[in-house]
Design a protein around this ligand. Structure first.
Ligand code: BDR
Ligand code: CA
Length: 312
């Protein structure tokens, strides 16, 4: 049984790993890749998505550009982590923009969900939620029609863009509010979960023997990502956040989740962009939102290694 998914991303080091898992996992069928301004400008993350697809021979899967900024605020990118290109230190072929789908990403999301059988498409956003929110507003029927949304974003304990807010939600809180509030099943793969997927040195070493474009790309990604995380976040072993969302879709047994209503804080001075998860046991009944809590770490890395090993 394969699962159909659409990856909405802003590559980005960990988005690039997420893309590799989505391209390679034998039980995933990646229908389209859409891009959104986030880690870097829309132009740069779109260039990166194209270059990755070209390097891995995956240009037959549509890639479409989406929103270049959040719904309300200007874009404040994460170039301090991912660099001036969004993938600093990673050697990639020059992007061929002629390969881009001519549609806007929002239309690709809508067309994909409406054309596939109802209840079969999983949306996997790994950047700010701007495109997904716009798609909900433009074609509300997608809410009933998707299987579920599994997003990397948010946190119920500690943030990274602020003490309480995670980068993707903090970047476009209004869009995140729309997505969490829509009524479809949303699983928040937040920092609580992704900080369990840390690429420590022994993990990074596992990729040394992969003699392929994907192996080399992974080594360059993890080396540079580890560097910035050590320098700027004072963390040893960068969390490969976005890859966790794809892994959950590929193998739900890897991630424990619990139902909890989630509200995105829009107004608080110090708390804007916080994902307030109500984990009180008596509030779980009827919740359409879930939070990821526990990762089977070793099996997660086995899956990542296996997927990347399948790529050219
Ligand atoms: C998220 O922020 C981005 O920098 C990463 O790509 C990931 O999607 C983690 O907070
Ligand atoms: Ca991302």
């Amino acid at each position: 049984m394969t699962t159909k998914l659409l990856l909405d991303c802003d590559p980005g080091y960990d988005d690039a790993i997420a893309l590799m898992l989505a391209y390679a996992h034998p039980e995933l069928e990646l229908l389209a890749v859409t891009t959104v301004g986030g880690n870097q400008s829309l132009d740069k993350v779109t260039a990166n998505a194209l270059s990755i697809a070209q390097a891995l021979g995956k240009t037959h899967i549509p890639i479409a550009r989406g929103a270049d900024r959040p719904l309300v605020e200007p874009l404040r990118d994460a170039s301090f982590i991912h660099g001036a290109t969004g993938l600093d230190g990673v050697a990639l072929p020059a992007p061929d923009f002629a390969l881009l789908d001519s549609r806007h990403a929002v239309n690709v999301i809508i067309d994909t969900v409406m054309q596939e059988p109802a209840g079969t498409v999983t949306l996997v956003p790994t950047g700010p939620l701007t495109n997904i929110a716009l798609a909900v507003r433009l074609e509300p029927r997608i809410v009933e029609r998707v299987k579920e949304v599994v997003l990397m974003g948010g946190a119920y304990a500690m943030g990274n863009a602020s003490p309480v807010a995670e980068f993707n939600v903090f970047t476009d809180p209004e869009a995140a509010h729309i997505v969490f509030d829509a009524g479809w099943k949303v699983t928040m793969v937040g920092l609580d979960l992704t900080h369990q997927a840390r690429a420590y040195e022994p993990i990074r070493r596992r990729f040394n023997d992969l003699d392929s474009a994907a192996g080399r790309m992974t080594r360059e990604i993890l080396t540079n990502f580890a560097d910035t995380y050590r320098r700027l976040r004072r963390m040893d072993g960068p969390p490969v956040h976005d890859a966790c969302a794809v892994a959950l879709v590929a193998d739900p047994s890897l991630v424990a989740c619990e139902p909890a209503p989630v509200t995105v804080e829009l107004h608080g001075g110090a708390t804007r962009g916080m994902t307030v998860a109500d984990r009180r046991p008596d509030r779980a009944a009827g919740a359409t939102t879930f939070v990821a809590t526990q990762l089977a770490v070793d099996r997660f890395w086995d899956l990542a290694f296996d997927c990347i090993g399948r790529l050219p």
